[in-house]
Write a protein that binds this ligand. Structure first.
Ligand SMILES: Cc1cc2nc3c(=O)[nH]c(=O)nc-3n(C[C@H](O)[C@H](O)[C@H](O)COP(=O)(O)OP(=O)(O)OC[C@H]3O[C@@H](n4cnc5c(N)ncnc54)[C@H](O)[C@@H]3O)c2cc1C
Length: 418
């Protein structure tokens, strides 16, 4: 009789869990994917794919599928101070013209990934089902207990259960968190009826950030055509109680005239705000015997330059390259503890391969967030920049574009394992 086939349990069907499940299933490894949400109720989720995330999708052979989904290449990044344009940096900021930052509907993308994984016949999808606890056996994690009490045995459990990861806590792994001084209020400008929109949007495909006396906010046209807006506020500040008209007036007061006019006619469609707390952190370790953390569960990312999905996809690709060789064929010449040792060394290698990129990018995000905070809190600096924009804007835009390279492209080259 042959050795029993390996089974990997993945908890969480976000970008990290869904793509890892697909990659393992394609290699013939049995995967049980546990997801607590039914359907794709993920309205406020990231959709900006940087060249770093697109490179991961290319390795996964998922780029062609992406093109068939609602998507929108970004035209550039525009910065406005006190109502005056500081600079606009056109995509792809000197990078590969074939690979600009692209907005893609996350629910539609996850749906395609899961359908492909199911088509391999190696995926068991349990949704909506919550993983509640880990099963420990002789110092090793050997499965999960579900919300309904069922016990799932596994050769490895991969926790992709997001930034508040319950399984990370269950495994006793702590998260070192940087202090985050901000929260974000999220608005949808189109409401339930995009027909209420007052004519073509003057954003023209630019992710636009505006800083002024009222505060800082960014807005962009999302993959499926809606307009989303994120308003930064101090984490300690209560959510301002304003009517839709008052919010629109706050936004418009620091916009150039064309955008202000357009916003002033958009109050009927405004939905929100939804308050989102920003959490940044890094798990002290990403693995324990039989257990691995990936994506936001291992490293919740800040919102600067949209890193979360991109890093989750890169984690999943690297993890697959280490897990496939050890789980595809349980080595019959080895006894179970020897096989487990091999598997655990693969888990350690994944953390080693990914940790430094995450640490560096979190530092760069923090530095950029700090520059934004200085501008938000310093009226004199804003005034000086707005006045001198026609002369200094070009140089500032060039400098800013140079700083973006690692945040856009990542640090490591993603290659298939030798
Ligand atoms: C408003 C907003 C905008 C964002 N914009 C961007 C962006 O433009 N670009 C970008 O790269 N990132 C963005 N992000 C961040 C990005 O969405 C996340 O970093 C990314 O989704 C992380 O992927 P993940 O797979 O690690 O975790 P998640 O996407 O959080 O997925 C975790 C999954 O686990 C499930 N789950 C949790 N606990 C359990 C449990 N106990 N049992 C079973 N299932 C469980 C959850 O339902 C969820 O589906 C944004 C985030 C927000 C909130």
């Amino acid at each position: 009789m042959g050795a029993p086939a390996s089974r990997v349990v993945i908890v969480g069907a976000g970008p990290a869990g869904a793509t890892l499940a697909l990659l393992l299933c394609r290699a013939g490894i049995g995967v049980t994917l546990v997801e607590s949400n039914s359907g794709q109720r993920r309205c406020f989720r990231g959709e900006a794919l940087m060249p770093s995330g697109l490179a991961a999708l290319e390795q996964m052979a998922l780029l062609p599928q992406l093109k068939a989904l609602p998507h929108r290449p970004l035209a550039g990044w525009r910065f406005v101070v006190n109502g005056r344009e500081l600079f606009t940096a056109a995509e792809p900021l000197g990078g590969d013209p074939q690979r600009p930052c692209t907005l893609v509907s996350q629910p539609a993308f996850l749906d395609v990934v899961l359908r492909q994984a199911l088509a391999t016949n190696h995926l068991e999808l349990l949704a909506p089902t919550t993983a509640k606890q880990l099963i420990w056996q002789a110092g090793r994690i050997s499965g999960v207990v579900l919300g309904d009490g069922r016990r799932l045995a596994a050769d490895a459990v991969v926790a992709c259960d997001g930034r508040s990861s319950r399984l990370r806590q269950e495994a006793g792994i702590s998260l070192s968190t940087g202090s985050s001084p901000i929260d974000v209020l999220w608005f949808d400008l189109d409401g339930p009826d995009p027909g209420t929109r007052p004519g073509p949007c003057p954003l023209q495909g630019h992710f636009t950030t505006l800083v002024g006396h009222q505060g800082v906010f960014s807005l962009f046209e999302s993959a499926n055509g809606g307009i989303q807006l994120g308003w930064v506020l101090d984490a300690t500040q209560p959510t301002p109680q304003r009517s839709p008209q008052e919010w629109i007036a706050s936004f418009a007061s620091q916009c150039p005239p064309d955008l202000a006019n357009w916003l002033n006619q958009s109050a009927a469609g405004l939905q929100g705000p939804t308050r989102l707390s920003v959490q940044v952190g890094l798990a002290e370790s990403w693995w324990k015997p039989g257990f691995l953390l990936l994506g936001d569960a291992a490293h919740p990312m800040g919102p600067v330059r949209a890193q979360g999905i991109n890093m989750a996809l890169r984690d999943a690709w690297v993890a697959s390259q280490h897990l496939i060789p050890v789980f595809q064929t349980v080595k019959q010449s080895l006894n179970p503890p020897q096989n487990q040792l091999l598997q655990d060394s693969a888990l350690a290698a994944i953390e080693q391969a990914r940790r430094s990129e995450i640490q560096t990018l979190q530092t760069l995000q923090a530095q950029e967030a700090q520059r934004g905070e200085q501008l938000r809190h310093n009226a004199l600096l804003r005034c000086a920049l707005a006045v001198s924009a026609p002369w200094v804007g070009g140089a500032l835009g060039h400098h800013w574009s140079q700083l973006q390279k690692p945040l856009r492209e990542g640090l490591a080259t993603l290659l298939p394992a030798p």
